[in-house]
Design a protein around this ligand. Structure first.
Ligand code: 9Z3
Length: 318
């Protein structure tokens, strides 16, 4: 596809999308977070936008049904913790209801399982969960109060791409210190808002025949226009290992990514392959350490690559 057609498709995607609620408030939050809300603000501070969870594609404007993309949000939540540990400020663009940073040791329904009634009018943390709850609250509080974590939720593909565009524009001025870590599972197909049924589609009308349009690939405009100096990592998910690396390599070249993290659905928590221009690097979870996560060595590797990228950019500027 030539660049004029892609731009036209992107333009029409955003033109026809329902307006993003509170976009001015989001922009304001982002600008404060990126430039001010930190004990040591400034251009040298590294900021990463981590995207996490799957986008939905509504089938009706007053949405009753939608198509969903698989992602628990674990990759994004765990990676956020490791980026913060490495000194980054993290903008976490996450799907509502998916895994959150610092919550992995809490039960699935924390409110009901972590607390118990003390008497008729009061409640307390259950003894068995008190360490986990304390740890989660302290870590989360330290990250937010220290100006290191800003969480922004999305649900639909429209919200996700509109928010990604706003975030990228806000991060543009950070130049090489910005990073995008695009772990969200993004829909490839969608129903344009204007051709979408307003009300619930009726089953009495017989089998449903629906045409889905292709979501324009925004990765290349993110790289070339929205935030052209940022270090960009995208993810490639496949269920067939035979095509995974080839597809990741294609994405690397087509969208000019700095690395593509290739993962297979079934083994994604054990190993990933970081595909780069200079070859592939396999990254595995350290099985000898109980509770270790593949995101730990993955983020470590990407942080090193980002450092090299920044140093090269500074050397070129001199
Ligand atoms: C991934 O590949 C993520 O690693 C997972 C993480 C979604 C598998 P979980 O959230 O899983 O921990 O359960 N994300 C990217 C998937 C994606 O949609 N990539 C696009 C593609 O493959 C490119 S942007 O075409």
């Amino acid at each position: 596809m030539d660049s004029a057609t892609l731009h036209e498709e992107i333009h029409s995607f955003f033109e026809s999308a329902p307006p993003l609620k509170e976009s001015a408030k989001i922009t304001d939050k982002l600008n404060r977070f990126i430039h001010f809300d930190s004990p040591s603000p400034g251009k040298g501070r590294r900021v990463v936008c981590v995207t996490s969870g799957g986008t939905t594609v509504p089938l009706e404007q007053r949405c009753v049904r939608y198509i969903d993309n698989f992602s628990s949000g674990h990759r994004g939540a765990a990676s956020t913790e490791y980026f913060i540990k490495a000194g980054y400020k993290v903008i976490l663009l996450y799907r509502r209801g998916t895994c959150q940073p610092y919550c992995s040791s809490l039960p699935e329904d924390p409110l009901l399982e972590c607390f118990e009634l003390a008497d008729d009018s009061d409640f307390r943390v259950r003894q068995s969960h008190s360490e986990a709850v304390k740890g989660a609250i302290m870590n989360h509080h330290a990250a937010v109060a220290g100006g290191l974590l800003l969480k922004l939720p999305f649900t639909t593909i429209f919200e996700y791409l509109q928010m990604l565009r706003i975030i990228a524009s806000s991060m543009k001025s950070l130049e090489y210190h910005a990073m995008f870590y695009l772990a969200a599972a993004v829909s490839d197909f969608y129903v344009p808002w204007k051709s979408m049924a307003e009300h619930k589609i009726q089953s009495a009308s017989g089998p449903l025949d629906m045409r889905l349009m292709q979501v324009p690939k925004m990765l290349s405009v993110l790289r070339t226009e929205w935030s052209p100096s940022a270090f960009c990592i995208s993810f490639k998910l496949e269920t067939d290992s035979k095509i995974l690396l080839e597809k990741a390599n294609m994405a690397l070249k087509k969208y000019k990514m700095h690395s593509v993290v290739a993962n297979e659905l079934l083994t994604r928590k054990e190993e990933v392959t970081v595909v780069t221009e200079n070859g592939n690097i396999s990254v595995r979870r350290d099985k000898t350490r109980p509770g270790s996560e593949v995101e730990d060595p993955l983020v470590e590797l990407l942080v090193k690559k980002h450092s090299t990228y920044i140093n090269d950019a500074i050397a070129q500027d001199l």
